[in-house]
Design a protein around this ligand. Structure first.
Ligand code: ZN
Length: 188
């Protein structure tokens, strides 16, 4: 297991739709282990594979560091699919390890049903609510090339334009390793 650089907004891989995992091989298992370690090192509670340079449909979630969610187990979701979303929506403040120092409220469905394959390629379905549903929807978006800032209105986008430019130019102090250039992509 090792801590690997996290891709940041501006990196092409974050805008590319990730491809499906067809086989759990050593590279996939190793990447998932690295994703957990990299996420925890950066104090994150969710991380998608394209955030560590692998354009595959995988994300990891561990909300147990958050107060009130200590009993929640870490999960690795392979080829996830949101089957249904609740009609009820709620605003929750989101952040993203690929977009450091920017947090804003986003409105999304409160609950979801999501199916996925675990590391043994066994299909599972989970009913997720509140914070867990939120993290999963955020990570699910990553696998489709969508970032949470895409949901901000034009005024907000304007407000953060300079900040995003700073991230893209690597002119921000970030206390975890990030990718070296915008072309960063291990697997094309
Ligand atoms: Zn994110």
């Amino acid at each position: 297991m090792s801590i690997v650089p996290i891709t940041v907004c501006g990196d092409k891989i974050l805008r590319k739709k990730a491809s499906k995992v067809t086989e759990i091989d050593g590279q996939i298992v190793g990447t998932i282990a690295n994703m957990f370690e990299t996420m925890r090192n950066a104090n994150g509670i969710g991380l998608a594979a394209n955030q560590v340079g692998l354009s595959k449909q995988i994300f990891v979630v561990d909300i147990s560091p958050v107060e009130g969610y200590e009993d929640y187990k870490p999960l690795a979701l392979i080829n996830p699919k949101i089957i249904s979303r609740s009609d009820e929506t709620i605003p929750i403040e989101e952040g993203c390890l690929s977009i450091p120092d920017l947090r804003e409220e986003v409105i999304r469905p409160k609950g979801i049903n999501i199916s996925f394959y675990d590391v043994n390629m066994k299909e599972q379905t989970i009913e997720a609510d509140a914070l867990l549903a939120r993290v999963m929807q955020h990570e699910y978006d990553h696998l489709r090339g969508v970032l949470f800032i895409d949901y901000l209105d034009d005024d907000m986008k304007k407000k953060y334009k300079k900040h995003l430019a700073k991230i893209k130019k690597r002119k921000l102090d970030i206390d975890y390793p990030i990718s070296a250039s915008t072309d960063y992509m291990l697997i094309k």
